[in-house]
Design a protein. Structure first.
Length: 494
């Protein structure tokens, strides 16, 4: 394992903790936290005696990832992590809107949500910094965010909070800063740590990535030996998966290959088999290939404003009512008949066999009015894609091909037979295609587009004048501007 970094770099030590001060109605919203969060004062004494006292705070942290309104609004496209997965896939163009009757996500599809006064950039900012605020509260309880606690139970909580904070900063730096491999010195976002008061200083992309890397290295170490009770919890495999993805975006391909390879070699998460690609679906957290997932129930589901409500026509909500999210027509046309994933989509591009309600009657749309299908945040197939791409970029093409063929055998055996003859450039094109198809609807399209530095031409099924429009990975509309509220209240932000 890479040598653990026990201390942050000097450039990060003086960074101030998030004050979460915004104007008008935002201020009162930010002061409100779920009742499952306990304050450092409440836990100052009992945490030393009973590590389980932290459990409610950790559970509350995970709850924020799927609760309605965590981006600070009452909009029905504001429901935690999956709403931002949809946002980023729409921005890349791999996902299109079938209609815009209700208006949710239309700004993302039109590439109009990036300006400093736009609600889209505000929601994304508010959601992720709210997660960061609450991870820092957990670190306050644990005595700080610099050193892993000695007691195993506390170390496990520390590791989960570290991973969640890193994940949040990773999302932010990639949406408010330039690509790491293109301009690491670009000023990006303010960073806030535990036990430090004041407004955060705006750091470069490289400095933010330094914090992300340190957090995840510590998370991997702290979670060694942790056995989770539910897939909503981040364990060491998930932390390694996060770090592998971070290294891939950084261009640290040897480490991306190593970590993704370790997760694959654990054999804990079998791939979704080809025979099940169009039958099992993506609706249950117990799916063996799901590494990190949320178990939605009738009691905790936000109902209409959910991923399923926005994507699945068999769920009673917006997709059923007409505002469905569909695959870009050109991307769909590029899927050969030999690829099992062709059946994920119907003739209109609807993901009827990728995301579908397992209780549905195939003849009746909008039947599910319990909104309790589960949400996937990470699955093993992503590790295979990271592994193949990283190995190829590290000039280890034979190893990359070996790993890639294991993946392709469960998707398109015809293409598997062609892999050995592929040059490096052809191979990477095949990996890019599989990122776009395999992970469609799961929030990976935009970063994939930027990492491969591609220009995508949108298909004929895009609305609002976007059909046929070419969008480059460097397009300014693919980078959010810092929200006006932060600029007004934080003099450290330029």
């Amino acid at each position: 394992m890479t040598t653990m970094k026990n201390k942050l770099t000097k450039s990060l030590l003086g960074i101030a903790v998030l004050s979460m001060t915004f104007t008008s109605c935002s201020e009162s919203f930010l002061d409100k936290e779920p009742t499952s969060f306990l304050t450092p004062e409440q836990l100052a004494d009992i945490s030393k005696l009973n590590p389980d006292a932290l459990k409610s705070s950790i559970s509350g942290l995970y709850s924020l990832t799927f609760e309605f309104g965590t981006g600070g609004t009452e909009d029905h496209d504001d429901f935690g992590q999956k709403s931002y997965d949809i946002t980023m896939d729409l921005m890349s163009g791999d996902m299109a809107m079938k209609a815009e009757s209700y208006g949710w996500f239309s700004d993302a599809s039109r590439l109009q949500g990036h300006r400093t006064t736009a609600l889209r950039t505000y929601k994304f900012w508010r959601y992720h910094y709210r997660l960061i605020k609450n991870t820092n509260l957990i670190f306050d309880i644990l005595g700080g965010d610099q050193v892993i606690p000695d007691k195993a139970e506390l170390a496990y909580y520390y590791g989960q909070a570290k991973a969640m904070r890193a994940y949040s900063y990773f999302q932010l730096v990639n949406m408010y800063g330039k690509q790491y491999t293109k301009d690491p010195n670009d000023l990006a976002i303010p960073v806030y740590l535990a036990n430090i008061e004041g407004l955060g200083s705006q750091l470069t992309v490289a400095d933010v990535y330094s914090l992300i890397e340190t957090d995840l290295l510590q998370a991997v170490e702290a979670l060694d030996g942790f056995t989770r009770t539910n897939k909503n919890e981040i364990n060491q495999d998930v932390a390694k998966g996060m770090l592998a993805y971070v290294y891939l975006q950084m261009g640290n391909n040897p480490e991306a290959a190593r970590l993704s390879g370790e997760v694959i070699a654990n054999n804990k998460f079998p791939m979704l088999a080809k025979a099940d690609v169009s039958t099992t679906g993506f609706n249950n957290w117990s799916s063996p290939n799901w590494m990190w997932a949320i178990d939605l129930t009738i009691d905790n589901s936000p109902a209409l404003p959910t991923f399923w409500g926005q994507v699945d026509k068999f769920t009673y909500s917006y997709a059923w009512a007409g505002d469905a999210k569909i695959i870009d027509s050109d991307l769909f046309a590029s899927i050969p008949a030999t690829d099992a994933r062709k059946n994920w989509f119907d003739a209109d591009g609807l993901p009827v066999w990728k995301f579908y309600d397992g209780k549905r009657d195939a003849s009746e749309s909008g039947i599910n009015k319990t909104w309790d299908n589960d949400e996937v945040y990470m699955r093993i197939e992503e590790m295979y894609l990271i592994n193949a791409e990283a190995l190829a970029r590290d000039n280890r093409l034979p190893e990359a091909k070996t790993s890639f063929k294991v993946f392709l055998n469960q998707r398109d055996e015809t293409v598997t037979a062609m892999v050995d003859a592929m040059t490096e450039s052809v191979f990477l094109d095949a990996v890019l295609y599989n990122w776009r198809v395999e992970m469609w609807g799961e929030g990976r399209s935009l970063l994939t587009m930027k990492r491969f530095d591609k220009t995508y031409k949108r298909g004929a099924n895009h609305l609002s004048g976007m059909a046929g429009v070419e969008v480059a990975a460097t397009d300014e509309r693919l980078i959010f501007e810092i929200p006006q509220a932060e600029i007004l209240n934080n003099p450290n932000v330029k």
